[in-house]
Design a protein. Structure first.
Length: 215
């Protein structure tokens, strides 16, 4: 309880649901601009898939590190991040929704002749389900309806499973890029994303060891 009081010492102005709406509007506008430039053929849709995946990872990581960063670094920036963790998480889910639309578009328009990887399909499908379950239950009413223990279990398990799916998927990108099939820019990008994912996990572990609190 004492730690919780310290975490809430500074109360910055909340961006709230306006942050979520603004982020989603930016994602929609960015998606339309990307498709207008890259086209709505296979290459353009694949570009949209990559862009929405990166946006989803970025927003997810901001929510993922909000509490441990606040535990380790008391500042207005970390206070703002923690205060808006819910809205960043819902924004990440909306980015993932656009990502899912792009994947379905690609699958319907340009079916992959290779057999479907059921393991990846099930794991990724579970990730989508958890993403949306977390987004839909990101409210005080949901906490009251589910009970704090169930709600907390859902959000903790969901966060770590989503992190795992992101890390596993991006590792494939890292291997492909470092094989020489992609240029230096993509190599730096994918290695950087992987470093950010593992850095975020390390931050949570370090904060938990140093100052254990609820997630």
């Amino acid at each position: 309880m004492a730690t919780e009081a310290v975490l809430q010492t500074t109360r910055p102005a909340r961006s709230g649901w306006g942050l979520t709406l603004g982020t989603f509007a930016a994602l929609l506008i960015g998606s339309l601009l990307l498709l207008a430039i890259a086209g709505v053929g296979e290459a353009g849709v694949r570009s949209w898939i990559r862009a929405t995946a990166r946006a989803s990872i970025a927003l997810f990581l901001m929510a993922f590190v909000a509490r441990p960063l606040r535990q380790l670094w008391l500042s207005d920036a970390s206070a703002w991040l923690l205060a808006n963790r819910r809205y960043l998480g819902v924004s990440a889910a909306l980015a993932q929704l656009l990502h899912g639309v792009a994947i379905v578009w690609l699958a319907l328009g340009w079916p992959d002749p290779e057999p479907t990887d059921l393991t990846g399909l099930i794991g990724g499908g579970l990730g989508f389900a958890l993403y949306f379950a977390m987004g839909l239950t990101s409210s005080r009413a949901a906490v009251a309806a589910l009970g704090k223990r169930v709600w907390k279990a859902l959000h903790i398990a969901g966060a770590y499973w989503i992190w795992f799916i992101f890390a596993l998927t991006n590792w494939g990108n890292v291997e492909y890029a470092l094989s020489g099939k992609l240029g230096l820019g993509h190599q730096v990008l994918y290695v950087g994303i992987q470093a950010a994912l593992f850095g975020a996990l390390g931050l949570r572990i370090f904060a938990r060891v140093r100052a254990p609190t609820s997630s």
